[in-house]
Design a protein around this ligand. Structure first.
Ligand code: NIG
Ligand code: FE
Length: 414
């Protein structure tokens, strides 16, 4: 199908030459075309330009959209979620309000272990249906690609169950989906007091099975205070890499875990959370190809310190912002809200927030060649906003859905 969108008030994040990500000062200057058009053909972006210059042949396209007063953005890429889960955890959230910390709740068998219990009790079919509903919801908010982790199984049977659900979602969804194996998310009840025994099981049983069935693109470890150590993480990443799984890890949410260093050592695609990031870690990240990824939803919801985003960008680093959509620490996959939090809580400009939720997150999930910007030959994943004044309105109007029309693989979804 061909689709011609014209009279676009502003076409955002246009590239004539594709870049893999934007860092530091580059994030301040957003390339856009005012009063623009875009032509989509065979699921891809075929061409785009200014209304002053429209190729004659496009004018007779059967499918046309007049986008007057509206902006067109590349779809959000959400590079970190746990959106396959069973039930919800609002009762723990009340404990949190009453003063219990994330670690205290985890120690009581709440937190991740609570979700693990529910996953064990829930059928693969039900997990699939619930997750698919969540996918439909995030599509409405403008997401066009999403990474989904396992990590609530915590034994070979249920970790594989989660990953098979993600594989089915990949097959049926219009979203681009990447799967991450996160067996080392928490130590399960059965291995209480025997953390290294569980790490052995992840390495010797789970990784070979996950790779054998080709169920994951990436490997993750929750490398943090009270969870997995730098040494555990080192062993697991080393084993995963032998099976072709590139690391993307949880690091420095609860303390200076050494997670950033071990992530960079294994050339992780991203290190995520980063609430505890010192000058030393900024220096380590500067010498790497690893995308520093901040998860504003989790820090906001858990009332945790905020990662030093401004300092990191000012030091020349790129930043990605993802939702962390999960039932315990970030029960929302709304990337518009995440972008707004980037501005409100982390003092990122609207321009920085757009790079951080599109091309930089595309890089953090290994799809930057095909997603994350308006560039000829890239997959036509984009959204048309409601009538809005300009790009600044996106983080400003933080409570509303500004997306009016979603286009994925060149097709109008809604
Ligand atoms: O990214 N930090 C570790 N994992 C998740 C939380 C998962 C949960 O509490 O269920 C996170 O925030
Ligand atoms: Fe997470």
């Amino acid at each position: 199908m061909e689709l011609f969108i014209h009279h676009i008030k502003e076409l955002v994040l246009t590239e004539t030459k594709a870049k893999t990500f934007y860092a530091g000062k580059e994030m301040a200057i957003l390339p856009t075309i005012k009063n623009a058009w875009i032509y989509i053909e065979n699921e891809l972006i075929s061409d785009f330009g200014s209304m002053q210059n429209i190729p004659e042949s496009f004018k007779s396209t059967a499918n046309q959209i007049d986008a007057s007063e509206r902006l067109v953005f590349p779809s959000y890429c959400d590079s970190h979620t746990h959106l396959v889960y069973a039930g919800s955890r609002e009762i723990e959230y009340i404990d949190k309000i009453k003063g219990l910390s994330y670690e205290e709740i985890a120690k009581r068998g709440g937190g991740i272990l609570n979700s693990a219990k529910r996953i064990a009790e829930t059928s693969e079919e039900k997990l699939f249906e619930d997750a698919n509903e969540r996918l439909k919801e995030i599509i409405r908010y403008g997401t066009g690609a999403v990474e989904i982790k396992s990590g609530y199984g915590l034994n070979p049977e249920n970790e594989l169950k989660m990953l098979r659900v993600i594989k089915r979602l990949k097959e049926i969804s219009t979203l681009t989906i990447k799967a991450t194996f996160l067996g080392a998310h928490a130590v399960p009840q059965a291995f209480k007091g025997n953390q290294s025994g569980y790490v052995d099981q992840v390495i010797n049983e789970m990784i070979p099975q996950v790779a054998g069935e080709d169920l994951a693109d990436f490997i993750d470890v929750f490398c943090d205070t009270g969870f997995f150590t730098e040494e555990d993480t080192d062993r697991i990443l080393n084993a995963g890499i032998k099976y072709g799984l590139r690391p993307k890890i949880h690091a420095n949410e609860l303390g200076n875990s050494g997670g950033i260093q071990v992530g960079v050592k294994y050339n992780a695609l991203s290190v995520d959370h980063l609430e505890y990031t010192s000058d030393e870690e900024i220096r380590v990240l500067k010498s790497s190809e690893t995308m520093p990824t901040i998860l504003p939803g989790a820090a906001f919801f858990l009332n945790m310190p905020y990662a030093p985003a401004r300092k990191m960008i000012d030091a020349g680093l790129p930043i990605a912002l993802a939702s962390d959509f999960n039932p315990g620490s970030s029960p929302s996959g709304n990337m518009q809200l995440i972008q707004a939090m980037g501005s409100i809580l982390y003092k990122m400009t609207p321009e920085e927030g757009i790079f951080a939720t599109t091309i930089n997150t595309a890089y953090a999930m290994g799809i930057e060649e095909t997603h994350g910007s308006i560039c000829k030959g890239k997959q036509a994943n984009l959204f048309i906003t409601k009538p809005i004044p300009g790009i600044e309105y996106m983080p400003y109007s933080y409570g509303d859905n500004k997306v009016e029309t979603v286009i994925l693989k060149g097709k109008i979804i809604r």
